[in-house]
Design a protein around this ligand. Structure first.
Ligand code: SF4
Length: 356
């Protein structure tokens, strides 16, 4: 279903984009025959290589949330309300707005009895309570991997643990997780924050993490936590999800091989920002772009190889628009580099498998 939405966004561009995609096969390189009026490379053999990374783009949680919203629109018609952005991507959110979806940050704005969908980032129990009070018909599109962290927070709190939650203040996922056990959770976002913690060493301590952090940050913070609290418990690599880890791993593997890394994703997408930061941390200039229109020619003027990836909430069509710019305007050759297979799929929310 989401493919239909994407096709509508980029209907005009779809045909040439298909052409580009069909030419791009794994470990295969092709030379562009694209025309370039702007770059001065028209008709010349280009030495610029664009390496498109896999896996990239939509993760299973984002895919499920988008499909759930599509299905809710189809079944109930507009307006469908969504608590927060369905996923952190401007193009996706705008497309749904045009179809009659209303995004809210406050349930007071949702008329009683309306359909309300919870986004992939999840919500706190307080929001569920408010929704029940307003007799809203809710659909829970929280990613199951976020739900797992919520469940763990509840279990740890019930067992008497104090929980150090590693994440970014104000991020929806973090707000939702804190809401599961507000008295037990202490939020930290850096190793310096760990220094400020005022918990006795004898406390029963555990840590959890946001699913979209960088592995480097998690390792630095958990090392500090173990130094201060040797008995603290938690997974060695935090609760980073498979999609976060796979996209980061691909960037780590390629960053030193290229001159520039471009990440397709919106500025409020945590996992997209981490991809940019990882490349920069390895000494490679990297930029986050919301669309192909944001590609700055100066970034690639002297580059011989550019890597292109996308955060977990960025649609493939935006990636393909960027590929098209590289082919047509910069005369680049395009390669696809796959670092691992991804076959994760999540079922639609239970509410859409039953009648509301
Ligand atoms: S990034 Fe990971 S945790 Fe977040 S929605 Fe995607 S699969 Fe779920």
């Amino acid at each position: 279903m989401w493919k239909k939405v994407l096709a509508e966004w980029f209907g005009v561009l779809l045909s040439p984009l298909r052409l580009v995609t069909s030419r791009m096969t794994e470990s295969e390189t092709h030379t562009s025959t694209g025309q370039n009026e702007l770059s001065g490379r028209k008709g010349t053999a280009s030495s610029l290589r664009l390496i498109v990374l896999e896996p990239r783009g939509f993760c299973a949680g984002v895919r499920m949330a988008i499909e759930a919203l599509e299905e809710a629109l189809r079944r109930f018609g507009p307006p469908v309300y969504v608590y927060h952005e369905i996923v952190h991507n401007r193009a996706v959110v705008e497309s749904f707005r045009q179809q009659g979806v209303i995004f809210v940050n406050d349930l007071e704005k949702v008329p009683p009895g309306s359909i309300l969908l919870y986004s992939a980032h999840g919500v706190s129990p307080e929001i569920r309570r408010q929704a029940a009070e307003r007799r809203l018909r809710t659909i829970d599109a929280t990613c199951p991997l976020v739900m797992k962290v919520h469940r763990r927070a509840r279990e740890l709190a019930e067992q008497g643990f104090k929980i150090i939650l590693i994440g970014h203040p104000g991020h929806e996922e973090i707000v939702g997780t804190i809401g599961e056990a507000p008295e037990a959770i202490h939020l930290v976002s850096s190793a310096e924050d760990v220094e400020q913690l005022n918990l006795p060493e004898s406390s029963k301590l555990a840590y959890l993490t946001q699913t979209t952090l960088s592995l480097e940050d998690v390792r630095a913070i958990t090392a500090k936590l173990r130094e201060r609290y040797p008995n603290i418990v938690g997974p060695p690599e935090g609760d980073l999800c498979y999609a976060t880890q796979n996209r980061q791993e691909a960037v780590r593997a390629i960053a030193r091989e290229v001159d520039v890394v471009l990440v397709v994703g919106s500025p409020n997408s945590s996992n997209s920002r981490r991809l940019m930061e990882i490349a920069r941390g390895l000494g490679t200039p990297a930029y986050l772009i919301d669309s192909a229109a944001e590609i700055d020619r100066r970034w690639v003027a002297s580059a011989r190889a550019v890597a292109l990836t996308a955060g977990a909430s960025a649609p493939e069509k935006l990636v393909q628009e960027c590929v098209l710019v590289f082919v047509q305007e910069f005369g680049a050759t395009v390669e696809s580099r796959r670092f691992c297979e991804e076959n994760v799929r999540f079922a639609l929310p239970r509410e859409l498998r039953q009648s509301l």
